[in-house]
Structures are given as structure tokens and as C-alpha cells.
Design a protein around this ligand. Structure first.
Ligand code: ADP
Ligand code: MG
Length: 208
């Protein structure tokens, strides 16, 4: 499915995607947060891009762990430690591997969403990035169990991630800054669910 150099290219593409959607992610964070989600993630992934050249030739686990540590140290706000732990745990799941297959991808995604649940003390239905991550993971596990190709599995994940992101408009946030606005958050799409959907979409669409 992907070797270390492809993973590095995808991470670069994810960074560019975050920069491209910086204003949109920040605008989504305005009514229910503090207008910094896009700024936070572009800053974090700019730092990641600077680290990528020195990661060439390293195993996928090391690459992802370094991305996580870089996000933790450069991104303020909730999303730094959350995405940071997600990438670090994803890296631990793929420790020592130079190639990732379909099952590895699922294990990596499971480790990432478990990390966010643990770190954020959150579950499904609280209007966070988990409402994109968990449906995406479930859809991909189901597609894989039904014998789908990597491409079809990823497409199913992307579709479920965006559906979950859209559904955050109908949820009252009970975690993070958005919980401060309570019911006034209804009708607003969660920025973290949106950024996760863009990340998965970038990985799924990456053609090299
Ligand atoms: P901050 O809220 O500190 O300004 P960001 O704006 O960068 O940080 O990120 C906000 C996003 O982080 C939210 O849209 C939500 O998806 C996610 N988030 C916040 N708190 C939690 C939590 N406890 N668990 C899971 N995700 C969370
Ligand atoms: Mg914010």
C-alpha cells in the first residue's frame, strides 16, 4: 500500500492541504471556538515539512512518531496534543515497518483514534474530530472485511469521515472550547472533524 517514501510524500501533501484550507478551518472555529484551528494546523505542518527531509530512509513508525512530537511541540490549543498523540500512537503501531499494507493502515487508524479518545477523554457523539475518525475507521474495517481493495477501503473511509463531519452540525459539543457555547453550537460544523477528513482524503487521493 505505501512505503516510507510514499508516507513522507503524503505527509507533505497533508501539510499543503492544511495550508490550503487554513482560512476555512479557522472560520469554522470562529463561532464555536477561538478562530485558530487552521492557523494551528498550518503552523504545525510547516514544522513537520521542515523535519521530513531528515526522515528519509527511516521506518514508517519513526516518521509518524516524529510528526506527532513535532505537532505537540509546535501546535498550541487542544488539537496539538490530540493530533500529536494520534500520530505518535499511529507510529507506535507501525514501529520498525518500512512497508504498510491494508491491515497496517487499519491498525494505525485504530491506534490514532484510541489516542484521541484517551487524550481528549472523549467518545463518539461529542462533536469532535472523533465524529469523523470513528465512522471512518468503522467504514474502513467493514470494507476490508468485505474484501475491498485498498482504494475502495480508503474511499469508504473518506465518505464516512465527511458524513460524520457533516453530522457534527446536529451535535451539542461536550468537550473542548465548543462545549462553552452549548446549544448555540448547533448548526456549526466541527473544525477538528473537518481537518481530519481533509487528512484522510489527502492520503486516499494521493497519486504521487
Ligand atoms: P482549541 O480548541 O484549543 O482552540 P483547536 O481550535 O486547534 O484547539 O482545535 C479544536 C478541535 O479540537 C475541535 O474542533 C475538536 O475537534 C477537537 N477537540 C477539542 N477538544 C477535544 C477533546 N477533548 N477530544 C477530542 N477532540 C477535541
Ligand atoms: Mg481553536
Amino acid at each position: 500500500m505505501a512505503d516510507s517514501s510514499k508516507v513522507i510524500e503524503i505527509l507533505k501533501a497533508i501539510g499543503h492541504c492544511m495550508a490550503e484550507h487554513k482560512e476555512e478551518l479557522t472560520a469554522l472555529d470562529q463561532p464555536i471556538g477561538d478562530s485558530d484551528h487552521g492557523i494551528n494546523l498550518s503552523r504545525g505542518f510547516e514544522a513537520v515539512e521542515k523535519k521530513l527531509p531528515e526522515l528519509a530512509g527511516k521506518d514508517i513508525g519513526t516518521i509518524l512518531k516524529t510528526v506527532g512530537m513535532t505537532l505537540v511541540s509546535t501546535v498550541g490549543g487542544a488539537s496539538g496534543p490530540l493530533y500529536g498523540s494520534a500520530y505518535m500512537k499511529a507510529g507506535m503501531a507501525l514501529a520498525g515497518k518500512n512497508e504498510m499494507d491494508q491491515k497496517d493502515f487499519l491498525e494505525m487508524m485504530k491506534a490514532a483514534s484510541d489516542a484521541v479518545m484517551q487524550r481528549g477523554k472523549a467518545v463518539a457523539g461529542e462533536a469532535t474530530m472523533l465524529d469523523a475518525m470513528l465512522p471512518a475507521l468503522k467504514a474502513m474495517e467493514e470494507a476490508d472485511a468485505a474484501g475491498a481493495s485498498a482504494k475502495d477501503m480508503l474511499d469508504a473511509g473518506v465518505q464516512a469521515a465527511w458524513a460524520g463531519t457533516n453530522h457534527t452540525k446536529d451535535l451539542i459539543a461536550t468537550k473542548g472550547r465548543a462545549s462553552y457555547v452549548g446549544e448555540r453550537g448547533l448548526g456549526h460544523q466541527d473544525p477538528g472533524a473537518t481537518s481530519f477528513s481533509y487528512m484522510l482524503e489527502t492520503a486516499a487521493r494521493w497519486k504521487g
